[in-house]
Ligand binder design. Structure first.
Ligand SMILES: C[S@@+](CC[C@H](N)C(=O)[O-])C[C@H]1O[C@@H](n2cnc3c(N)ncnc32)[C@H](O)[C@@H]1O
Length: 277
């Protein structure tokens, strides 16, 4: 893990440490399985056979970019950017290029560079206004005709809506609102892409299973998404949503017990679109 100072304006609510590094990599495998049928790109018509450029925006550990590199010819140029390099995986494949850059201000030299851009789970990262800026930057760096894939889950709408889950959801929602983050971003991605000028916007929803009633995949869901809720503890205590770390951890234990009994799930939005030719 690299110690670094993230770019100014960084609003990210999760820590960047060993436990998050592992959680993000596990979460990647879980999402690939439950959302993407083991693949990395939702739109099956997209191929990386020719020389092309790909960007993974808000890459975290870079796991999506690295797995893509392992499955495509090495002439495919893959960039992976993040506002902080703290979680970058050391020694990525030769055609994966990490850089520190915010999606709200991508390098001018990248204009019209990319054929495909992936961005997943920036829910706890971007302020409401940042989202419009981010999508216009993604538009700027895509080639005409290039495609974008955005993946976010709707943390407001667990199903079924069980008591502890509703309590946690409301508490996190209040804190996200107070921080200016966009808790409901998943349901607005399509309209925001259209506003940014994208065309052929296609939205799909898949369910993210949580808890033991779903078997092994539900356990992975608990570790991945329950783990992210556990890791926002610092922000929740600082915002006064709970009085102590112990109180929050106790609540998380009850939440996971509830998931094990009720087999809850979150809707996950995959929104694909193109920059016009
Ligand atoms: C929940 S992690 C998701 C990482 C990765 N996309 C994945 O799905 O495994 C969110 C990532 O977004 C990064 N991030 C936060 N603000 C950002 C910004 N303005 N521009 C680029 N990345 C940002 C964080 O540093 C973090 O690595």
């Amino acid at each position: 893990m690299t110690n670094d100072v993230p770019l100014s304006g960084d609003k990210y609510v999760l820590p960047r440490n060993e436990s998050e590094f592992e959680r993000l990599n596990l979460q990647h495998k879980y999402i690939a399985k439950v959302v993407f049928d083991g693949k990395l790109v939702f739109d099956k018509s997209i191929k990386f056979d020719d020389k092309c450029c790909v960007l993974d925006s808000g890459t975290g550990t870079g796991i999506w970019a690295i797995e893509l590199a392992n499955g495509v010819p090495d002439f495919v140029e893959i960039h992976a950017c993040d506002v902080s390099k703290a979680n970058f995986t050391p020694d990525p494949p030769n055609n994966v290029h990490f850089s520190v850059a915010s999606v709200t201000s991508l390098p001018p030299g990248w204009s019209n560079k990319f054929d495909f851009i992936n961005q997943r789970f920036l829910l706890g990262s971007l302020l409401a206004d940042d989202w419009h800026q981010a999508l216009s930057e993604i538009y700027k760096v895509l080639k005409p005709g290039g495609a974008v894939q955005l993946v976010e889950f709707d943390a407001r709408s667990p199903a079924p809506e069980t008591p502890v889950h509703a309590q946690v959801r409301d508490a996190v929602w209040r804190v996200f609102d107070a921080l200016g983050l966009k808790y409901d971003v998943a349901v607005h991605l399509s309209e925001m892409l259209e506003t940014a000028g994208f065309v052929s916007v296609v939205e799909e929803i898949r369910r993210l299973p949580l808890g033991k009633t779903w078997g092994e995949i539900g356990v992975q869901g608990t570790i991945s998404l329950g783990g992210s809720l556990r890791n926002v503890c610092g922000v929740m205590v600082k915002a006064g949503a709970v009085s102590s770390k112990e109180e929050y951890e106790n609540l998380m234990d009850k939440l996971e017990e509830e998931w094990d009994i009720h087999g809850n799930n979150y809707p996950c939005y995959i929104v694909c679109a193109r920059k016009p030719l």
